[in-house]
Design a protein around this ligand. Structure first.
Ligand code: ZN
Length: 366
């Protein structure tokens, strides 16, 4: 059964619609840059989120030729990335809405064909030594004092290596899901990709990642949407067809979250201290470096990253760097010396968490 979006907390934002329809990749980039400023003004005017928290999920090796588009002048075959998840709470219609952003299930992710092949090649032990999983999402919620029942929405910037069943599918027929009240916010384009994977997409998706998730737990989006004050998803196609970025506003201004680039160097390559990156950016005349494991739409991925830079505020004491938070961020690692970000946000921490008990009490008295 399709969900009537009128019955949800979602507000459609149309400022970018026309710009994405512009034909000609260069003209589309210009149009997105202009319309992106209006979109940014709108989301800033909606106010700040009530709170944002960050938790580490897993660390894993990733081919260097993908991570920085093969432009770093270092011989190491792998960079190391760390996934992180965010808790975001916003006020809407007199109540608090709780959203989980990128709550990757590290154990299930390991079954994605890309990781499975890596394990085959290097052996389980090697993979275990290289990768590490942080506590599962239940522990993160407990740490924040938020009951699983309090989570209203879950969203991922895209579904590469994701498996949503552990969160939203009942553990047994007729049983309860881990997050019994949560609904998945996902672009329709990502669902269409999943429904019939192209051979060049197979490596990155877990095809049955939504199996058993009730249809009324999935909200298919066509475009950009805000929830309450200081939270929105904005289409950023290219890395995948149904890619979107998460935008949160804190007391430090706007942040964007996605995997379009793997560290802040990808968004400010001219100032990168990673060998080879700044020179490449200068010689090629580019202002972003793509996370290039897929080539679904590289020109639009570039445009999407420019959009993220347009929306995000600058780091307060580093005005040359945007507050873009890479959902899989490159981290320093002894097996990849020199392949470390010039600057790392590490976490977004803002406001005070409203716990499940407080939310339940507010709902009861409403
Ligand atoms: Zn991806």
């Amino acid at each position: 059964m399709a969900i009537d979006l009128e019955s949800t907390d979602l507000v459609r934002l149309t400022e970018l619609d026309e710009a994405w329809r512009v034909r000609g990749a260069g003209a589309r980039l210009d149009a997105i840059r202009k319309a992106g400023r209006r979109w940014r003004d709108r989301i800033l005017a909606s106010g700040s989120a009530r709170c944002v928290r960050t938790a580490d999920v897993a660390t894993f090796p990733y081919p260097a030729r993908y991570g920085l588009q093969d432009v770093a002048a270092l011989p190491w075959p792998y960079v190391f990335l760390r996934n992180r998840t965010h808790l975001v709470q916003v006020a809407a219609g007199g109540r608090v809405i709780t959203i989980l952003v990128n709550p990757t299930d590290a154990v299930r992710s390991a079954r994605a064909p890309f990781f499975a092949r890596m394990q085959e090649r290097y052996g389980t032990l090697a993979t275990k030594l290289l990768s590490s999983a942080a506590p599962p999402i239940e522990d993160a919620l407990r740490g924040w004092g938020v009951a699983p029942e309090a989570v209203d929405y879950v969203t991922f910037d895209h579904l590469h290596v994701q498996d949503v069943r552990g969160l939203l599918a009942p553990a047994a027929p007729g049983g309860r899901a881990l997050l019994p009240n949560a609904r998945l916010l996902i672009q329709r384009g990502e669902l269409e990709t999943l429904s019939a994977l192209h051979p060049l997409q197979v490596e990155w998706y877990i095809p049955d990642c939504l199996a058993g998730v009730p249809a009324d737990r999935v909200i298919a989006l066509d475009g950009d949407y805000a929830i309450g004050g200081g939270f929105a998803v904005v289409r950023t196609p290219g890395h995948t067809g149904g890619n979107h970025s998460i935008v949160v506003v804190t007391d430090r201004g706007a942040w964007t979250i996605s995997e379009n680039g793997v560290c802040v160097d990808a968004y400010a390559p001219g100032t990168s201290q990673i060998r080879g990156v700044a020179r490449y950016a200068r010689d090629a005349g580019v202002e972003v470096i793509l996370n290039a494991n897929t080539r679904e739409g590289s020109l639009d991925q570039y445009t999407s990253m420019v959009l993220e830079k347009t929306i995000a505020d600058a780091v307060p004491d580093r005005p040359e760097l945007p507050q873009h938070f890479s959902s899989s961020e490159m981290i320093p690692h002894p097996l990849a010396p020199g392949l470390a970000p010039t600057y790392s946000h590490g976490a977004i921490t803002h406001g005070a968490v409203e716990t499940g008990a407080e939310i339940a009490a507010a709902r009861a008295s409403a």
